[in-house]
Design a protein around this ligand. Structure first.
Ligand code: NAD
Ligand code: DAU
Length: 349
């Protein structure tokens, strides 16, 4: 049994679906079902007895204690977080609550449970984090590696950095068997359409502007979500305790390039009815405050130590992603009703 937190969100639900497709070990999935968590993501396993969904908060100490006692997980994979940088700029409070305090409560519950285990190797705690904790790179700087100093620039990345430090401290102070992963930008199925790639696909198909912050020359490293999930499984299996592993796709792309690529794939797979190009919908808008200019991941450690490699290139992953959104209009309709309208839709009303 493993305990997954945030398993109704984008990466967490992909992880749970892939996990149960690959092996029989059951999953307890603890998720607060915020705007970003969606039980529809888990529909393929809704009647699967190996999947135990628990609607709850990682900040709830009593619930956590009960879950550890009842299910005796051999591993915790902590995805639960507030994840959107723009939201963290508009309202950082939830990020502090979940990403810092929530991770602290989860660590405490894990420590209490682990303290009572006879065999201390019967638990490991994998904390899922981000490359944003390293801050920003100049055009010629080497990519982030595991020795790069933390220099977070947004409330989101600062809250993730704090959680990473807590996880590290629990290893050094208490010996809790932890491992942390720092991954670059994910994309793929089940991605909530507030983030760049699903937002652009969503807006393009509705004839809305495709917003590019600033000059669009900010660079991100992009990784197909299934590749992130395979990396996490590999680190859970064989990562060295107390270590951190950077995960990336060797796919540095400027945002403008990402958006024009999406437009070209859409032009091919679902051309506009008026015969025009989707790129005509591109609109340069006010930049994000504190916008990091460039992220790049040096993934040589996980590749050399654990033999992990991404399966998708940027081009193959983007094509799969566009195809998925075209084939899953009902999923998009479902997640974009309700609270979503308060956030993104009002900008295009
Ligand atoms: P997401 O926003 O899509 O999903 C987060 C999930 O956590 C949701 O299901 C939400 O309901 C749940 N959640 C939020 N607060 C909770 C709480 N207090 N208790 C329990 N559940 C709660 O996020 P995501 O993009 O899937 O990211 C998952 C993790 O991976 C995060 O920790 C994020 O920092 C990290 N990460 C994301 C990316 C990326 O590109 N999306 C890249 C690297 C790392
Ligand atoms: O690097 C990993 C991080 O990637 C994760 O830790 C975060 O959880 C995840 O949200 C993501 O953060 P970003 O801020 O990089 O993702 P986002 O999709 O919001 O933005 C990607 C880039 O596109 C960024 O440079 C901002 C820009 N952007 C974004 C949006 C939503 C635009 O130009 N226009 C937009 O409308």
């Amino acid at each position: 049994m493993i305990l997954v937190t945030g398993g109704a969100g984008f990466i967490g639900s992909n992880f749970v679906l892939d996990w149960l497709a690959e092996q029989d070990e059951p999953v307890v999935n603890l998720d607060a079902l915020t705007y970003a968590g969606n039980l529809n993501n888990l529909r393929p396993i809704e009647n699967d007895p190996r999947h135990i969904f628990v609607h709850g908060n990682i900040g709830d100490a009593a619930l956590l204690s009960d879950l550890f006692t009842r299910h005796k997980p051999r591993a915790v994979v902590n995805f639960a977080a507030e994840s959107h940088v723009d939201r963290s700029i508009h309202g950082p409070e939830d990020f502090i609550q979940t990403n810092i305090l929530g991770t602290f409560r989860l660590l405490e519950a894990a420590r209490a449970y682990w303290g009572g285990l006879q065999n201390k190797s019967d638990l490991r705690f994998l904390h899922v984090s981000t490359d944003e904790v390293f801050g920003t790179l100049g055009a010629d700087d080497p990519a982030f590696n595991e020795e790069t100093s933390y220099r977070p620039n947004s409330p989101y990345s600062a809250s993730k950095a704090a959680s990473d430090h807590l996880v590290r401290a629990y290893f050094h102070t208490y010996g809790l068997p932890v491992v942390t992963t720092n991954c670059s930008n994910n994309y793929g199925p089940l991605h909530f359409p507030e983030k760049l790639i699903p937002l652009v696909i969503h807006n393009a198909l509705r004839g809305r502007p495709l917003p590019i912050y600033g000059d669009g020359m900010q660079i991100r490293d992009w990784l197909y979500v299934k590749d992130h999930c395979s990396a996490i499984r590999r680190v859970l299996e064989a990562g060295r305790l107390g270590e951190t592993y950077n995960i990336g796709g060797w796919n540095e792309r400027a945002n403008l390039h990402v958006v024009t690529t999406l437009c070209e794939v859409l032009d091919e797979l679902q051309p506009r009815s008026d015969g025009k190009k989707y790129s005509e919908q591109i609109a340069f808008v006010t930049d994000r405050p504190g916008h990091d200019r460039r992220y790049a991941i040096d993934a040589r450690k996980i590749e050399a130590e654990l033999g992990w490699r991404p399966a998708e290139t940027f081009e193959s992953g983007i094509r799969k992603t566009v195809r998925w959104y075209l084939d899953n209009a009902d999923w998009v309709e479902n997640v974009t009703s309700g609270s979503y309208r308060n956030w993104v839709e009002k900008q295009y009303a």
